[in-house]
Design a protein. Sequence first.
Length: 317
Amino acid sequence: MSISSYKTGVISPSSILVGNAYYQPPIDVQTLVIAGGGSGGSVRGGGGGAGGLLYSSGLTLNRGTSYTVTVGAGAASVNLSGGGRPRGNNGSDSVFSTQTATGGGGGGVIVINSDYEGAGKDGGSGGGGGGRVNTGSVSPGNGTSGQGSNGGNGYSSGETYTGGGGGGAGGTGNNGQSLAAGAGGIGSNTYSTWASATSTGASGYYAGGGGGGSYYEFTSGSNPASGGAGGGGAGGIRATSGSATAGSPGTANTGGGGGGAGNGTSSTDPSGAGGSGLVIIRTSGSVTAASTTGSPTRVESGGYTYYTFTGSGSITF
C-alpha cells in the first residue's frame, strides 16, 4: 500500500484520510492476457495453434507498485532451407501479475514411413498435425485447459497430403481431408466489447488457429485452408501443376496461429509466422495510472478504463 504524508498535501482522488496520513486502497482490475501464436509446419504443415487466451475477472493490485507486462511474440516461420523438415515453432508466453497465457503450439509436418516427428506441438492452443504420405493420420498438439483448444489431425490419401488446422481459443482445429486441408479453429468473441473499446482483435475475435498446408496431385479443389476467425493465417498450397504459396502469418496482437506451408522449400514459400500477443487491463470508472512504460493505449468506454499493451512494459496505479 501507499501512504502519503498529510503535511505534504499529496492527495490522490482515491486516498482515504487515516489519522494524519492518507491511505490509498488497492485497485481491482480485470485482465485479458493473450500469448503469441505458433507458426505453421514446413511441408504439408499443420496450422499453428493460437496463443493461449486467459481472462481474470478480479485481480487486486497495490497502488504504488510497478507491475511488469510481458507481451509474447509470435513464433518465427519455418522452411526447409536449414535441412530436415522442421515443425513450426511455439509462440511466446504473455504474462501479467499472476496470469500467464501459454504460447501457441507449432504445426506438424509431413510424415513418410514414420521418418520424422510430424505431430503438432502442444501449446495455449495445439498445432495441427502434418500430412502423411502413407496411410493414417498425424496427431495434433493439445491445447492448455482454460486457454485454448486442440489442433486438427493431418490427412493422407493417394492424391493429397493435407495438414490439420491449428486450434483456436473458441474451437478445435479442423481435420485435414481429401482436397481440403483443415481450417484453423475459431477464436473467441466472448470479449468483443473489449475489442470494440480498444480497437483490437479481428472483427471482435481473438486467438484464431492457422489453416493447414496442402499438396495436391491435381489442381481441382485446391483452395487454401482458411485461418480461424481471430487472426489465424491461411494455409499454403503446393500443386504439381502450379507454384507453391506460402502460409499466411497470424495477425499481429491477436495471438493468431500461422498457416502451414504447402511446400516450404525456401524463404519464398515458408510457413506463416504466429501473430503476437496482447495484454489489456480494465478497471471500473475513470482511472489514470500513476506511471506506465511500453506506451500502452488508454481509453475510456462504457464506464470502464482500458489500458492496452501491444508490447511489453509496466504499469503503476
